[in-house]
Design a protein around this ligand. Structure first.
Ligand SMILES: Cc1cc2nc3c(=O)[nH]c(=O)nc-3n(C[C@H](O)[C@H](O)[C@H](O)COP(=O)(O)OP(=O)(O)OC[C@H]3O[C@@H](n4cnc5c(N)ncnc54)[C@H](O)[C@@H]3O)c2cc1C
Length: 485
């Protein structure tokens, strides 16, 4: 395996000198992604400007046995794009061309480095938009969105990335270029599009995508309901969905987040509320009024103290600005935080939020909650100070307990942020040995030499055994000993 000083010469046949970064100061910005608890420098950062360059880089890496971590914008929150010290970071941010907006067939054909929001901006002149909208949409790339199967506020009604994806072109570890999917509703053969979606850079490098565009809704309304108890807001969520309304978005914030965001961007939230719900409804005028009435009724029946409708488009935007600023706003309260991402059946919201509060008190770190309540997708933000010895460990302990609680009530350890390096231990809790083995076989079929994002997502059985998860004590240990974090 080459050392850092040999990298420029190795890739000089396919990349310009300024697209090969190897000095410490140029590597430093890439030492982590949005999961900032752990940091390391890659061997080099490579910045291809074409699909052919991606192919050439991968072929060289395969020949020289160099691990590859693919990176979009590096906003991932589970360490999926965390660099490996003996591997290159393949940064696709320069593959940011919008290749086609087809307004008749309603799709966008884009490079992997195109920002999520840029797709809707480009489609806007045709009255179209791209529905999945992670709060990071101003920065995150469509390649990262596909690799994480990202969600967002509007995914409750319009689906996750996978539901809005038509076609993906990817490069295999052998340097082959393959296109999967089509514009049709049904494709013959295995559904590789679904397999690649959420694969976290472990199976292939995606270099193009065709995504669905939707007509912008004719009308929309945003309702803000305030509650004196978090549990009441939780039960309002369950009741709204049970009433037959599918909101375009249904988000919850607790008091800590309300106050942090109010300080940060003055969204007009009631700072004395224990929790607020933001509910967006969209569609035709007639059906919209029925939905507004239903949502108001359900909130009031769950003891909402106020239920208000945004007065105009500016106020709607302001309400959402608060929600979308929630993560950065927490930075005012704490120098560091872990953003967890578990999913639970909605009926358990009140119970799980109560338990999270108990863990916070028992272990002694504050936890704020902001989340896609309609999806049952929780984002507890566990606040800590990395400079205080032992606090990161405490934060991880709370995070682990929350994810295990999600599994115990029939949920999952991730709703949209992926597994990365953050949730390797909890994969042992979520899955049985046989299931992890099956993941490993899929990995082997795509990437037998384990060069693509090694050490991420699939835990070794040895790791599971050390962690003490119940599923791992039977059978042999067939996994290769991958790099550990
Ligand atoms: C403030 C904030 C808010 C967020 N809100 C949301 C939210 O509402 N919903 C949500 O789902 N997520 C959210 N996220 C998480 C994150 O933005 C998403 O996971 C996003 O999809 C990551 O995109 P990225 O371009 O930054 O990818 P990166 O972080 O660069 O990479 C993420 C993963 O994808 C892989 N990858 C990237 N590009 C490719 C490619 N072309 N081919 C193969 N693999 C690739 C990487 O190897 C890595 O495993 C948020 C993050 C932040 C910081």
């Amino acid at each position: 395996m080459p050392n850092r000083s040999e990298i420029p010469a190795l890739f000089s046949s396919c990349l310009a000198k300024n697209n090969i970064l190897t000095s410490t100061e140029t590597l430093r910005p890439y030492e982590c992604d949005g999961y900032t608890a752990y940091k390391s420098l890659p061997l080099a950062v490579l910045l291809p400007e074409s699909t052919q360059q991606v192919i050439d880089i991968i072929k060289i890496c395969q020949k020289e046995n160099i691990p590859i971590v693919t990176r979009g914008a590096g906003t991932g929150l589970s360490g999926g794009a965390h660099p490996i010290s003996n591997g290159i970071l393949l940064n696709l941010s320069k593959l940011n061309q919008i290749l086609e907006i087809n307004h008749q067939l309603q799709y966008a054909h884009v490079g992997p480095g195109v920002r999520n929001l840029a797709i809707s901006e480009a489609a806007s002149e045709f009255g179209l938009y791209y529905a999945p909208d992670p709060s990071s949409q101003i920065a995150c790339t469509i390649g990262g969105n596909i690799a994480e199967n990202s969600g967002g506020v509007h995914c409750l009604k319009y689906g996750l990335t996978i539901h809005n994806l038509l076609e993906v072109t990817f490069v295999t570890i052998d340097g082959e270029l393959i296109t999967i999917g089509s514009g049709c509703y049904e494709n013959p053969g295995y559904d590789l599009l679904a397999l690649l979606t959420g694969s976290e850079g472990m199976l292939a490098v995606m270099v193009e995508a065709k995504v669905k565009l939707l007509p912008k809704p004719l009308h929309k309304e945003v309702i803000l309901a305030a509650f004196n108890h978090v549990e009441e807001a939780g039960s309002a969520v369950a009741n709204i969905i049970a009433s037959g309304v599918i909101p375009a978005g249904l988000e919850m914030m607790d008091n800590a987040v309300i106050n942090a965001t109010e300080n940060f961007c003055h969204a007009g939230y009631p700072t004395d509320a224990a929790a607020i719900l933001l509910c967006e409804l969209d569609g035709y005028d007639d059906s919209l009024q029925w939905e507004i009435d239903q949502v108001s009724k359900q909130c009031k029946q769950s003891n909402a103290v106020t239920v208000q409708k945004a007065q105009n488009a500016d106020e709607q935007e302001l309400f959402w600005k608060g929600r979308k600023s929630a993560f950065p706003a927490i930075g005012q309260l704490s120098p560091d935080y872990l953003c967890m991402d578990g999913t639970i059946p909605r009926k358990h919201l009140a119970h799980v939020l109560g338990e999270i509060s108990n863990y916070s008190k028992q272990i002694g770190l504050a936890v704020a909650n902001v989340f896609h309540a309609g999806d049952g997708n929780l984002h507890p933000l566990i606040m800590y100070d990395a400079n205080n010895s032992g606090e990161l460990e405490k934060a991880e302990e709370i995070g682990g307990k929350i994810l295990e609680l999600c599994v115990s009530v029939g949920g999952t350890i991730t709703g949209e942020h992926g597994v990365g390096i953050e949730k390797l231990n909890q994969m042992c809790v979520q899955f049985k040995r046989e299931e992890l083995n099956q993941f490993e076989r899929i990995k082997e079929a795509f990437d037998p030499t384990h060069l693509l994002n090694p050490g991420k997502v699939i835990p070794t059985l040895q790791r599971c055994a050390e962690f003490g998860a119940m599923h791992v004590h039977r059978g042999e240990m067939p996994f290769k000993d991958l790099p550990r974090f």
